[in-house]
Design a protein around this ligand. Structure first.
Ligand SMILES: [Mn+2]
Length: 426
């Protein structure tokens, strides 16, 4: 499965006249405000989001899973699916692999396949939240924090193995998310669990190649419901600091308690040069892993405001590794990812429109009403023509979802792989 530029170009012709009219209108408005559209478009064109290898099949809950048909059952097929996304959107230029679900068998074949689609290898993800069939130790009571030294050693060794695999593919970072925690009061000695986690992470960190980074993800609850060892950004920050200067915090939008001010967390981490990775999704209640921007688009915009500010003002922060970490229980996974990518670029474009100088002046003047007015002015601008134009300039689809449907991609995948093909993953 590979979409040719010609196919996309032919379908773009249908809507190019309408697009050009809308784009010229917006560009005219922006010129009036002293904003150069092409500069914004260049920023949008450069924005690439990694797709996790576990998000290409139908997601599920603990109650069940409804297969979508034509799911990728091998790593090659997963990379083909990301190739479809990238051809259409021109913004999904990387894959983030989960080990062991997606351990390559033939590294050269996988690298060739990725190169064919112009896809790079982003962070590799370890898994110490499940027992593998051949494992000697169980993670039932945790991994890096386990009171049993043998379990900790197995978990450390697994992470080192993930680094080895990532090196062979050209990855430059390792993401660690731990399910470790406790379900009932008294189950954990909090201090011991934290210390074991620190010591284990340090051994993993010391095994990283010198040009690699470690991203430490946090989450307040689930699958453990009383406590989680790395519960919040502060704990992640502290653990990263104690590992060394190539360890960073990773923010997953779904990993916060309701109403947490995530944009403030983002600002704090950027200020301290500690925001390494970023996982996009949306939620209504908890770690719902819904399509990006589907529930709280204004919050996403406010977060992007801080990201845009930090990317411009915080050279102490490394380039951020962007990834979509969403699930999709009832939608076609590829359609869902197309929607997420669109929402990300829209929020980014809106945030780029914020008049930072005017905002700063209003803040200095302590003009609260004006401060509050400046943000929605950007947010309520329909930036979709900018996003479309950025894709058009890269030979992507003006309207990726409609092109995906017009080309009958899902049916082609079902024909090729079968109705019952199942992807590994969540
Ligand atoms: Mn995540």
């Amino acid at each position: 499965m590979k979409i040719e530029k010609q196919q996309i170009g032919d379908l773009n012709k249908k809507s190019i006249i309408a697009h050009k009219a809308q784009f010229n209108f917006l560009a005219g408005q922006l010129t009036h405000l002293g904003i150069k559209s092409q500069q914004l478009i260049e920023r949008l064109k450069a924005f690439q989001v990694a797709i996790p290898s576990w998000a290409l099949g139908a997601g599920g809950t603990r109650f069940g899973r409804f297969s979508y048909g034509g799911e990728p059952s091998t790593l090659e097929q997963k990379i083909d699916d990301i190739g479809v996304l990238h051809a259409l959107t021109q913004s999904a230029g990387a894959v983030s692999l989960h080990i062991p679900w997606d351990t390559p068998e033939d590294y050269e074949a996988i690298k060739q396949k990725a190169a064919l689609h112009n896809i790079g290898f982003d962070a590799v993800n370890s898994n110490t939240f499940q027992d593998q069939p051949d494992a000697r130790q169980s993670y039932r009571f945790g991994s890096l924090s386990n009171v049993d030294q043998h379990v900790r050693e197995q978990a450390i060794h697994h992470n080192i193995e993930v680094i080895r695999i990532g090196k062979k593919l050209g990855s430059k970072s390792l993401t660690v998310w731990l399910a470790d925690g406790s379900n009932f009061p008294g189950q954990h000695n909090f201090q011991t669990a934290l210390q074991y986690t620190q010591t284990s992470l340090k051994i993993i960190y010391d095994s990283l190649p010198k040009d690699w980074k470690l991203y430490i993800e946090y989450k307040p609850y689930e699958p453990n419901f009383y406590s989680t060892v790395i519960q919040d950004w502060g704990t992640s920050f502290m653990l990263a600091k104690e590992c060394g200067d190539r360890a960073y915090t990773l923010v997953d939008l779904g990993h916060h308690l309701p109403n947490t001010n995530i944009e403030q967390i983002v600002a704090t981490l950027l200020h301290k040069g500690m925001l390494g990775g970023f996982h996009f999704n949306d939620s209504k209640y908890g770690d719902d892993d819904l399509t990006v921007g589907s529930i709280k688009p204004y919050t996403l915009f406010l977060i992007f405001n801080e990201l845009v500010y930090g990317m411009a003002k915080n050279p102490q922060n490394p380039e951020i590794a962007w990834m979509i970490d969403a699930s999709h229980n009832i939608k076609d996974p590829l359609e869902d990812l197309i929607q997420s990518l669109e929402a990300i670029l829209i929020a980014y474009a809106q945030a780029l429109l914020i008049d930072q100088q005017k905002l700063r002046a209003a803040q200095e003047a302590q003009d609260v009403a004006l401060c509050q007015e400046i943000l929605p002015t950007a947010y309520r601008t329909d930036v979709r023509p900018l996003v479309k134009e950025s894709r058009l300039q890269l030979h992507g689809a003006l309207d990726p979802l409609s092109v995906y449907r017009s080309l009958g991609i899902r049916q082609a995948l079902i024909n090729e792989r079968g109705k019952d093909a199942r992807a590994s993953g969540l």
